[in-house]
Design a protein around this ligand. Structure first.
Ligand code: HPA
Ligand code: ZN
Length: 341
């Protein structure tokens, strides 16, 4: 029993599950330049330093502009493999045992990259990480909500031959003006085809978008969901439904969803009974992977080991793994807690 373990060491060591992670958002500048060079494509920036200096955002759209720019250099199956593999190596060093990864096919197919090229590279890295590192994973395909529903339907059709590799569908990109209601029909089709559904809602958009994600898209998790707190009845329903929220602290700070992490509503959400989880969203752009996100919010809100334990347990419950795999993950976390109280 180690009674004196620091919260930072406790966080770094606890077995973790990541549920909100865009693979294109893990594209570190060094790898971006390396892939750009081998593919003979140019980047708007002259150096890693210049690129990193551009990582200052006033809102979601500011970030998305750079995020899509970076993704433009990804062309081959090897590129998607290298991108995914780099993320998996990183989380392996941070004691993340399971991850559920978003990918944005339209970002690439609209540039002429084949769906099969994208998913094969990602999938190959995931299979290898399971074999070599013991990291399990699920893939979630996101529709870009600032594109039209026809494009989303086409993307769903392209995904069907790879259905065994994809657990669910989600909704991301520019939120305001692109409500969940716009995608009801394609989500109906996706659920009928056997996909679980999730959606980004209430990051910049209103609580009403969270309500629509629940009622119209029948989601199993809300990605972000910060704005839910503006609607008491909605919060009551989220608590009653045990609906998980995938909170991304450093993202919220960098995109100015919260002005200061000390004002982040995460603890308030926990006290209200919401099933909150901690995730990294786009770690290459927001300054940190899982451990950095956990540590930043723990420091800002003075979270206890029990709080961290509760959050990691929430993430296991909110994941799309089997009940038997959840039990194994719970045992790992309980065992860790027992030895590091
Ligand atoms: N919100 C919406 N779309 C995104 C995000 C996000 O945080 N990250 C990548 N695409
Ligand atoms: Zn996101």
């Amino acid at each position: 029993m180690n009674n004196n373990i620091l919260i930072e060491d406790f966080i770094n060591g606890i077995p973790k599950v990541e549920l909100h992670l865009h693979i294109e958002g893990t594209f570190e500048p060094e790898l971006m330049f390396q892939i750009a060079k081998r593919n003979n494509v140019s980047i708007k920036f002259n150096s890693v330093r210049e690129l990193k200096d551009a990582y200052s955002f006033n809102n979601l759209q500011d970030f998305l502009n750079i995020y899509y720019e970076g993704a433009n250099v990804l062309l081959t199956q090897q590129d998607f493999y290298d991108l995914t593999n780099a993320y998996l190596e990183k989380i392996h060093s941070q004691n993340v045992h399971h991850c559920e990864i978003f990918f944005d096919p339209q970002t690439h197919t609209k540039r002429g990259v084949n769906f099969e090229t994208i998913i094969s590279g990602i999938h190959e890295a995931l299979v290898q990480a399971k074999e070599e590192k013991g990291i399990s994973s699920n893939l979630i395909m996101c529709f870009l909500r600032d594109m039209d529903i026809e494009s989303a339907f086409n993307t769903l059709e392209e995904a069907i031959p790879f259905k065994n590799w994809i657990k669910g569908v989600g909704l991301d990109s520019a939120e305001v003006g692109n409500p969940p209601s716009k995608f009801k029909d394609v989500f109906d089709r996706a659920r009928a085809a056997g996909f679980i559904t999730v959606a980004h809602a209430g990051e910049e958009g209103p609580a009403e978008y969270v309500r629509q994600a629940l009622d119209l898209l029948k989601v199993s998790r809300i990605d972000h969901g910060n704005k839910s707190l503006d609607d008491d009845k909605l919060v009551d329903d989220l608590v009653r439904l045990k609906m998980p929220l995938t909170i991304c602290p450093l993202s919220n700070h960098k995109l100015r969803v919260v002005a200061d992490l000390k004002n982040h509503p995460l603890k308030k959400m926990m006290d209200r009974g919401l099933a909150v989880t901690i995730n990294s969203d786009d770690p290459a752009y927001f300054g940190g992977y899982m451990n950095e996100n956990y540590n930043a919010i723990a420091n800002a809100l003075d979270l206890s080991k029990e709080d961290i334990y509760t959050i990691t347990k929430n993430s296991i419950n909110a994941s799309f793994i089997s009940d038997s795999d959840k039990l194994i993950m719970h045992q790992k976390v309980d065992n860790y807690m027992e030895h590091n109280k």
